[in-house]
Ligand binder design. Structure first.
Ligand code: ADP
Length: 582
């Protein structure tokens, strides 16, 4: 036990195990097969990576995605652990070479794709290589109940349950439904009592349902959180293309990913995201499985996904490093029709279709519920948790504000301008702009000119949008909608009515920190030199802790979360020097 914790610190740089990790590791080290069910970001990898260092023989990791393999192997090599992968991106010679090395015991871990188990050659080889542990990642792919069934996983199960040396098997998944779990236990012959399921709560995620105009919200969010890494999901390729063009036109470092792009374009786009060369990825759900990038600060769904399972999995790609992150659903009831269409068009049989419709309904209720959003999701999975205190529903009531005075400023400005203009000119007058149009109408002489001088234009526009949506202003249809004051608005001007606003203000995720930026630049530079994604060198969390604690000695440096012996050796001096200089 003590030794395991020591190993965790020395190799991975972490002080304590996360829920479930130790229990799973102990099972595996006792040579028992086990199933671990943990949320995305829960720390499944360590459950086989750490035993791999202790167990005699090779640990074979089955993983369905090539991109994930390379990433994981790079990460292990960074920690000084001998690992490699075998998949179709290699030539036959390379594969043989690596297999021979594996047979000679030169690797602790070898990652393989499930398809490999279908080849006779590999099956024969497996009988000769001393395999000590088999880890089956994304194990829900075994189950036809799962949302990602892969026939090759069935073959895999057959092969490994018939191996002569009978290595322990550790299956891992983030899919929580009991049916899927049962299938995995059954197929891989794992004793039911060795199923270890941790809570699915994601304490560092702030779930939000946003019903404001999408593009406006998105652009504002990205403006406020510029420089942060995030994913924007849309349901269709067309919408991905549209959003991509929109963001590109605003000089945002954006990439796109969907099934209509060729493989090379997709993998280039993905690499650019992993390497922090692009900040925002706009994608369909084709993107993400197997993306291990830990510093994703936000996942925004621009359109509603088809069910809560998919939503939670996709949203869960934010904040794997444990830092506060956002999971935002831009909710427009209209978007439900797209998902409905997908189900209509699918070739599922009747009963199955009905189930999908039901799942979609529960997803849409997520958009309407007043309950804590984290709690709503957990209850859907048959769990529960206390109110999270940070989702948009938990924060809702606390942020109701009396904005009567600001509303009066806007309304009286509209009145003094003669109720003949649209929101953009009204905004300019209120913020005291010297725009030509303002002077042309001599609006700078109005008593309401510059009344909201300290506000940004976009905040004022949002306030006007709010007053319009709530019926204090009436837009008169036409090419350039003119705003007039409604009867409600008149009551406000006469102080006969109060205006309350639930602030859905866009928050900044991370406060600017010059030292953090310095460290980040150093990390980028090192990443570039070695052609590694930056987060594999140190996570954002590690950089934040470095900036906060500012270690001066190697011993202090080693205390930082995410710093193990190998990384200390490789990078310690450079970062210590940077900290001293700062
Ligand atoms: P999963 O596969 O469950 O989605 P990962 O294995 O990729 O999650 O782990 C998510 C992140 O959490 C990684 O950055 C990993 O290094 C980190 N992590 C794992 N275990 C611990 C731990 N015990 N303490 C701190 N961080 C951890």
């Amino acid at each position: 036990m003590q030794e395991l914790t020591q190993l965790l610190k020395d190799k991975f740089g972490y002080e304590t195990f996360r829920p479930g990790q130790q229990a799973l590791i102990e099972k595996v080290l006792a040579q028992e097969s086990a199933l671990g069910i943990m949320p995305t970001g829960g720390g499944k990898s360590i459950c086989y990576q750490l035993p791999a260092l202790v167990i005699d023989g090779l640990t074979l990791v089955v993983s369905p995605l090539i991109s994930l393999m390379k990433d994981q192997v790079d990460a292990l090599n960074e920690m000084g652990i001998a690992a490699t992968f075998i998949n179709s991106s290699l030539t036959g010679n390379q594969i043989n070479e690596r297999l021979q090395q594996a047979a000679r015991g030169e690797f602790k871990l070898v990652y393989v794709a499930p398809e490999r188990f279908e080849t006779y050659g590999f099956q024969q080889l497996l009988k000769q290589i001393p395999v000590g542990l088999i880890a089956v990642d994304e194990a829900h792919c075994i189950s036809q109940w799962g949302h990602d069934f892969r026939p090759s996983y069935l073959k895999l199960a057959e092969v490994i349950t018939h191996l002569p040396q009978q290595p322990a098997v550790i299956a891992l998944t983030a899919t929580a439904t009991p049916q899927v779990a049962e299938d995995i236990l059954h197929c891989l012959q794992i004793p039911a009592q060795n199923q270890i399921k941790t809570g699915f709560e994601r304490k560092n995620l702030a779930f939000q349902v946003v019903k404001e105009p999408k593009d406006t919200y998105l652009l504002e969010y990205l403006r406020v959180n510029r420089g942060q890494s995030g994913i924007i999901y849309a349901s269709t390729r067309k919408e991905v293309e549209r959003l991509f063009a929109l963001l590109q036109s605003k000089q945002i470092k954006v990439g796109k990913y969907h099934g209509g792009m060729n493989e090379q374009a997709r993998s280039e786009s993905q690499e650019a995201f992993l390497f922090d060369q692009i900040e925002v990825m706009v994608a369909t759900n084709a993107f993400g499985m197997g993306i291990n990038k830990s510093n994703v600060r936000f996942v925004i769904h621009a359109q509603i996904p088809g069910n809560i399972e998919s939503y939670y999995q996709e949203a869960g790609r934010a904040g794997r490093d444990g830092l506060d992150s956002d999971a935002i659903l831009l909710f427009a009831p209209h978007d439900l029709q797209i998902q409905q269409f997908f189900i209509d068009q699918s070739e599922l049989d009747g009963a199955y279709k009905q189930k999908e419709y039901l799942k979609l309904r529960e997803m849409s209720q997520y958009g309407h519920t007043q309950m804590c959003l984290q709690r709503y999701i957990l209850r859907y999975f048959g769990e529960d948790c206390p109110d999270c205190g940070k989702c948009s529903n938990c924060l809702d009531e606390r942020e109701v504000q009396d904005i009567t005075l600001d509303a009066q400023k806007v309304l009286s400005c509209v009145k003094r301008m003669g109720e003949r203009f649209g929101k953009s000119l009204i905004t300019k007058v209120l913020t005291g702009s010297k725009d030509k149009k303002v002077t042309q109408w001599q609006f700078e002489t109005l008593s309401t000119y510059g009344l909201l001088q300290s506000w940004t234009q976009s905040d004022v526009t949002q306030l006007i949008d709010f007053l319009t949506a709530e019926g204090y202003l009436n837009p008169e249809e036409g090419q350039y909608p003119i705003l007039k004051i409604s009867n409600l608005g008149i009551e406000v001007l006469k102080s006969q009515r109060k205006v309350m606003r639930k602030q859905a203000a866009v928050k900044t995720l991370v406060v600017d920190d010059a030292l953090f930026e310095r460290l980040r630049r150093l990390r980028s530079q090192l990443a570039q030199e070695q052609n590694l994604p930056p987060y594999l060198i140190f996570s954002d969390q590690t950089l934040h802790e470095l900036a906060e604690k500012q270690p001066q000695t190697t011993l202090e440096f080693l205390q930082i979360k995410g710093v193990g012996e190998n990384k200390l050796k490789k990078y310690g001096e450079l970062f210590l020097a940077e900290l001293k200089e700062a």
